[in-house]
Design a protein around this ligand. Structure first.
Ligand code: PGA
Length: 243
């Protein structure tokens, strides 16, 4: 099973129009598509989609580390589950930038699993760390802090490798780098958690870059920002995962 996640971020988008232009007929059932719209649209999309696109799932772009209580402005994983979401992005670099620390992210991972949401944990180095050759150190640090505190590994977890310099830059990472990183993540997970987790890639994935990136060993899907706003482009990315 491959995974293709659309991260619509805080973009204005007419969902009905998007859906009309999203031709999913040729997309294999072996590709799990998950759309992550803004919180306000999740309920509507969860109600609309099953009528036409039964196989597409809906995710949130974040969730609270708490399940219930006096947390003004926060959205609970249990609320998301209740309205039909099945996934949540956790620890996206754009959320980390706003002050989410590693401990909070680990708590969000636990909360997501407790609420029966599949967390999509985003990790990745920045440009400076990449240039200094400290990619491995950074990823191991994030995996140790964000993944090892998970108390119950029984649910699904996706790990999205998203190097910060590749996000929104128009330039995806090199295949060789991605291959090394996917191996590093898989080995870390095997050695420390005695299990296998799905690793996907995010950062300027387009229908063009996807053709090569989809061939990288150990990469089983994409997390797509900009290019997912265009339904035709997004469908073409899905097709590249089938090759
Ligand atoms: P991008 O974003 O595809 O626009 O680079 C990816 C992401 O931020 O998840």
């Amino acid at each position: 099973m491959k995974h293709l996640i659309a991260n619509w971020k805080m973009n204005f988008l007419n969902f009905d129009e998007w859906l009309k232009d999203f031709d999913h007929n040729n997309i294999s059932e072996e590709i799990q598509i998950v759309i992550c719209p803004n919180y306000l649209e999740i309920k509507y999309i969860c109600k609309t989609l099953p009528k036409t696109h039964k196989k597409i799932l809906i995710g949130a772009q974040n969730l609270s580390s708490e399940i219930e209580g006096p947390f003004t402005g926060q959205i609970s994983g249990r609320m998301l589950r209740k309205i039909g979401a099945s996934h949540s992005i956790v620890g996206h670099s754009e959320s980390r930038l706003l002050g989410e620390d590693d401990e909070t992210i680990a708590n969000k991972m636990n909360t997501a699993l407790e609420c029966e949401l599949t967390p999509i944990l985003c990790i990745g180095e920045n440009q400076e760390e990449y240039s200094k050759g400290s990619t491995e150190k950074k990823l191991k640090h994030q995996l140790t802090e964000n993944l090892l505190p998970i108390q119950n590994l029984s649910g699904n977890i996706l790990i999205a490798y998203e190097p910060i310099y590749a996000i929104g830059s128009g330039i995806a990472v090199q295949k060789e780098h991605l291959k090394e990183v996917s191996l590093l993540i898989k080995n870390f997970v095997r050695d420390n958690l005695a299990t296998d987790l799905t690793v996907i890639y995010g950062g300027s994935v387009t229908s063009e870059s996807a053709i090569d990136l989809a061939k990288v060993d150990g990469i089983d899907g994409f997390l797509v920002g900009n290019a997912s706003l265009d339904p035709k482009e997004f469908a073409n990315i899905a097709l590249s995962l089938e090759r």
